[in-house]
Design a protein around this ligand. Structure first.
Ligand code: 5GP
Ligand code: ZN
Length: 114
């Protein structure tokens, strides 16, 4: 996707603070963190949102969950806990139309969200 912010980050056209990378996904710090730890994990394949996940993408999604667990350990939030958020669409509060997991922790988080 030509004008997608996160595709540009993947291509290195926009800088990011990289936390994790492999051939399928990229993890980097959120530019506007809502907690001491706020990492975004994105697939390198441009998928708009949950609704656009194809059957062939399910392995990529499963891989992402495994990476989230590893990032939680790397960021030292594994033991205390953390939240994984995947916003979808307008009502879900998704602002960037390239699917991304928020990995948020480092403090006690409120529940339920608004
Ligand atoms: P959404 O609201 O789509 O679920 O989350 C988008 C997230 O991307 C927001 O938390 C926002 O701070 C983050 N974000 C938007 N643009 C950039 C950027 O250029 N770099 C980084 N690192 N994060 C971004
Ligand atoms: Zn994209």
């Amino acid at each position: 996707m030509e004008d997608c912010i996160f595709c540009k980050i993947i291509k290195g056209e926009i800088p990011c603070k990289k936390i994790y990378e492999d051939d399928m996904v990229l993890g980097f710090e959120d530019i506007n963190p809502t907690a001491p730890i706020h990492v975004l994990l994105i697939p390198k394949k441009h998928i708009k949102d949950i609704n656009e996940i194809a059957n062939e993408d399910l392995n990529l999604m499963a891989h992402s969950l495994g990476v989230i667990k590893d990032i939680a350990k790397q960021m030292n939030i594994k033991e205390n806990g953390y939240r994984v958020v995947l916003n979808c669409g307008k009502d879900g509060g998704q602002e960037v139309p390239h699917i991304h997991f928020h990995i948020i922790g480092g403090r006690k988080l409120n529940w339920p969200p608004g």
